[in-house]
Write a protein that binds this ligand. Sequence first.
Ligand code: GDP
Ligand code: MG
Length: 191
Amino acid sequence: MTQRSQPKQPSAAGGSKSKQIKLVLLGESGVGKSSIALRYVRGEFNENGEATIGAAFLTKTVNVRGQSVKFDIWDTAGQERYHSLAPMYYRGAPAAIIVYDVTSTSSFTRAQAWIKELLQQANSQMVICLAGNKADMASEKRAVSREEGKDHADEHGLLFTETSAKTGLNVEDMFINLAAKIVATTMSPGN
Ligand code: GDP
Ligand code: MG
């Protein structure tokens, strides 16, 4: 494992400490997990071939409601093909984004299986967002309706959004909303 323990950083926004959040990206190969991470952390998109992040994880620190939040974003980087390796990625993670491709029904089926697995095995506090990626292709090639995605997320109490790593649509908002939900559920009252 390459996870390093890092000292907590002082918040840029005041006295409170930075909150570190491990976030795992899960979903069928090719749905755009690496592209979402790259878009969010570096503001880049690579149209050609696989987005190789070249690191075990990417980090980004943001400010959410006055709380400094440092994401450690774990990209499953091809390991999604070897299902038995997945638990070591998501174990202990307080946040997950399960990605499917709105132009692929099989990827939506796979996403549903991930949701089932996480809800059965992971800690019940895990904040999960279901993300229908490649929304920029929806007008021509949509195979999964927005309602199907949203209904499935609602059924399991998950956040939901449709994203495009290509255009950036909803990518930043998705991370912010995840962080906000985590901050809201873990911060002590009155602070
Ligand atoms: P991963 O296997 O889930 O990590 O998927 P990648 O990030 O490697 O993306 C797979 C392919 O889909 C690449 O060719 C990307 O350029 C493309 N891709 C990823 N996100 C989007 C998107 O939002 N829109 C479009 N049109 N293509 C995307
Ligand atoms: Mg990848």
